[in-house]
Ligand binder design. Structure first.
Ligand code: GTP
Ligand code: MG
Length: 355
């Protein structure tokens, strides 16, 4: 599966080329002065936030990278060539740490953002720099400065405005497909989604949001059951969580129990997620012959807890307009402005493949 969100790699900047010891040799000038050129600088290690890159899977097989070394200086004042920079593309939302100390280095969140991680070693000076009044024929030049090596941990925390959570089969991927161009796998069985999927929802000319669909949670996820909580970090940066419930699954009490189970898991995982604004999306209302007002009864209990909700059918598109209105209405409350989807555009994200 082509999704990797954590990797440790070793990077090294290029060595500086050595300075050159050389003397001018020309006809009729038997004792020419020093003309040794400087060594070229070693290449830098640069991290580049690349919006066409959607996971760290490029680093799955190769774990060690080195920038080019500077060439040595030459005679006749020739400066050595600079080593080639090593530019490592990473997806937006990549956090970089020193893998040995755990120290934070940088969080790359803007498309095109570049970060100079390790400068290349400087080239050494050629002997022409060392001529003095008393020593006109210096036989020394500076060696180049070696590059620096660093082990770094890259961890991806996807950038999205809205996180979709819920039990497996609640309809999260169906909703993502209904709202956006994303084409996640949808299936009538639990754990259809095995990796996070992103999609962009255009609300109007000025407002777009990125939605993140993560694998379903089950009771005990916080102790590692199911796919566990491995993917929840990808909704930590969202402004709001949409909690999908399968309204057609059992009685009023059953649906409320589903709600509590997911809330418990989120709380066990992290206060950051538990305290995010949330909206319950009561999905699959098309399956209800709602003579007894099941949706309204569930809704009342949620309202008593202060939880806003909407009834909808991701499959039939029912309630989708209400949902869009709700997002626009809460745009500022949920802080959705802070992430510009044009910068973090996942619209060309590859759909999840079978298997
Ligand atoms: N009738 C009806 N079926 C729905 C609706 N939404 C989703 N489904 C069906 O429910 C099943 C599960 O949908 P998914 O979108 O794969 O559910 P999910 O929450 O992404 O599931 P996981 O990826 O396993 O966590 C599929 O068979 C969908 O067709 C709906 O509004 N109405
Ligand atoms: Mg899914």
């Amino acid at each position: 599966m082509d999704f990797l969100d954590e990797v440790v790699i070793t990077v090294r900047s290029g060595d500086g080329g050595g300075g050159c010891v050389s003397f001018r040799r020309e006809k009729y000038i038997p004792k020419g002065g020093p003309d040794g050129g400087d060594g070229g600088d070693g290449g830098d290690v640069i991290l580049s936030a690349d919006k066409t890159c959607h996971s760290l899977s490029a680093y799955r097989s190769r774990r060690s990278f080195k920038a080019g070394s500077g060439s040595p200086g030459g005679g006749n004042q020739c400066t050595g060539r600079n080593g080639e920079d090593l530019i490592l593309p990473v997806p937006l939302g990549t956090i970089v740490e020193n893998a040995l100390t755990g120290d934070f280095i940088v969080d790359l969140v803007r498309a095109g953002e570049r970060f100079l991680l390790l400068p290349g070693g400087q080239g050494g000076k050629g002997n022409r720099h060392f001529a003095t009044a008393t020593n006109r024929t210096p036989r020394m030049a500076q060696p180049g400065i070696p590059g620096v090596e660093l082990k770094i941990r890259l961890s991806l925390k996807l950038l999205a405005h809205i996180g979709l959570v819920g039990l497996p089969n609640a309809g999260k991927s169906t909703l993502l497909a209904a709202l956006t161009m994303a084409r996640p796998k949808i299936g009538d069985y639990p754990f259809t989604t095995l990796i996070p999927n992103l999609g962009v929802l255009d609300l109007d000319d000025d407002h777009s949001v990125i939605l993140a669909d993560v694998p379903g949670l089950i009771e005990g996820a916080s102790e590692g059951r199911g796919l566990g909580l491995r993917f929840l970090k990808h909704i930590e940066r969202t402004g709001v969580l949409f909690h999908l419930l399968d309204a057609a699954d059992g009685t009023v009490e059953d649906v409320l129990e589903d709600y509590r189970r997911i809330r418990n898991e989120l709380e066990a995982y992290s206060p950051v997620l538990a305290e995010k604004p949330q909206v319950v999306l009561m999905n699959k209302v098309d399956l209800l012959d709602d003579g007894n007002g099941k949706v309204a009864r569930i809704g009342r209990t949620l309202e008593e807890k202060g939880v806003p909700w909407i009834g909808l059918s991701a499959l039939k598109g029912q309630g989708v307009q209400d949902l869009k209105r709700l997002i626009l209405l809460n745009w500022d409350v949920w802080g959705l402005e802070c992430l510009d989807p044009r910068e973090a555009d996942p619209s060309c994200a590859k759909p999840e493949v079978d298997g």
